[in-house]
Design a protein around this ligand. Sequence first.
Ligand code: BGC
Ligand code: CA
Length: 346
Amino acid sequence: MKKLVSVLLVLSLMFTLVACNSAEKATSEPEEESLKIGVTIYKFDDNFMSFVRRAVEKNAEGKAELILNDSQNDQAKQNDQVEMMLSKGVKSLAINLVDPQAAPTIIAKAKEEGTPVVFFNKEPSAEDMASYEKCWYVGTTSSESGIIQGKLIADSWKNHPEWDKNRDGKIQYVLLKGEPGHPDAEARTKYSVETVVSEGIQVDELELQTGMWDSVKAKELMDAWFAKHGDSIEFVIANNDAMALGAVNSLKAEGYFKEDKIMPVVGVDAIPDALTQIEAGTLVGSVLNDAANQGKATVDLALNVAEGKDVLDGTEWKLDDKKSVRVPYLPITNDNIQIAKDCYAE
Ligand code: BGC
Ligand code: CA
């Protein structure tokens, strides 16, 4: 009898433990079921994208669980990452494509699961955007950055007649292009120069090659161009700041930026390292590419669609006819540098 009682006691104790356990499970359930959003960055090793990534992480804090992937500049890898995230049950995807042409591949995978996609920074074609009703884009109007950069070049050139070293009235420039096929790279290359010309300034293109958005590659190109053209180069136009900074490093090694040996260099992004150079007088200016707001808009949209709400619910963003939110660019020189500092300090 005694034995039976103790067996019963043990049993009831076990039952209580099991019951407690399952109660605990029930209360922690919502946390386990947290909203998952799948994010890819085309490569973590990109100066500008590291700021966008930070903004994405910050804005998602406490609202969603991010599955964040470094696609390491490899589209095949990114495709696998998207499949993996879909199999983990993400409620939406936020995709910074490696190759802007690969949007149809990502859309096909998302479509199968009915999962919404917010592309950001690398804009898919209008046709691809129209092919899936549950996809959107967050970025900029690429041409705007080229036009603003062109204005910066023209205004500074007009203010510094001494920059025309051979006194022929034309700008002999070299241009560091971003990744070919990237809408930002194509538009900045085209519109920066076109704007200078439309301001009544004649130009000679000494060199134009891709530095793939990268400082080290840009420095190598600038080294080679300097060896070939030397002081005949009168202006360095870079599609982004990372490459502008690479060019500055090369030029410093050639004795520029000391005493009155000046080479005007302009970039785009207005990242903190570039702002330091603008303050030091080494960079003429840059164009603010608002990483903080692009990261925020990406999360705002991805969260809304993950929760089945209207994509703009509770936000102040507007969509254009290509289902895109476009964050404005802004010219940055020493005069208004604080705006860019505040943006990147967030
Ligand atoms: C930025 C570049 C960056 C690229 C990445 C552009 O908008 O200006 O700095 O490398 O996006 O896709
Ligand atoms: Ca000249």
